[in-house]
Design a protein around this ligand. Structure first.
Ligand code: AMP
Ligand code: ZN
Length: 117
């Protein structure tokens, strides 16, 4: 059920400490950890501890936690002293979503082209 930990979810396992990750920040409702396949000098994922399949479902069910995610993306940027950065929520497989637990990518530390591919 949405909002409950999912047995087959990689990010729920990271939240539960069953799979290691390089955690850089944690709050009551979120964790932030370095992406295993970084696409920029800073590439951190900020995720809710609760399980929702994507950012839209999270925002609909738990707007408070969605706001926590956005606040944490700024905190990650501050920690890594990024003046400019990009926050991405890939939503749907056509947009490159591969993990079905809502997550924000925080990318920075190099020039970022716009529009992205
Ligand atoms: P997305 O393609 O938007 O669903 O993003 C999923 C991200 O999770 C990708 O950038 C992966 O590199 C990253 N990822 C997958 N497994 C792990 C892991 N065990 N630890 C950290 N990041 C991961
Ligand atoms: Zn999950």
């Amino acid at each position: 059920m949405a909002g409950e930990p999912q047995e087959d979810c990689l990010f729920c396992k990271i939240v539960a400490g069953q799979i290691p990750a390089t955690i850089v920040r944690e709050t009551e409702t979120t964790i932030a950890f370095r992406d295993i396949n970084p696409q920029a000098p800073t590439h951190v994922l900020v995720i809710p501890k609760v399980h929702y399949r994507d950012a839209a479902e999270l925002a609909a069910a738990r707007p408070d936690v969605a706001a926590d995610i956005l606040r944490e993306t700024q905190a990650v940027a501050d920690d890594d002293k990024l003046e400019s950065y990009r926050v991405v929520f890939n939503t749907g497989s056509g947009a490159g979503q591969t993990v079905w637990h809502a997550h924000a990518h925080v990318l920075g530390g190099r020039g970022l082209q716009w529009p992205p591919g």
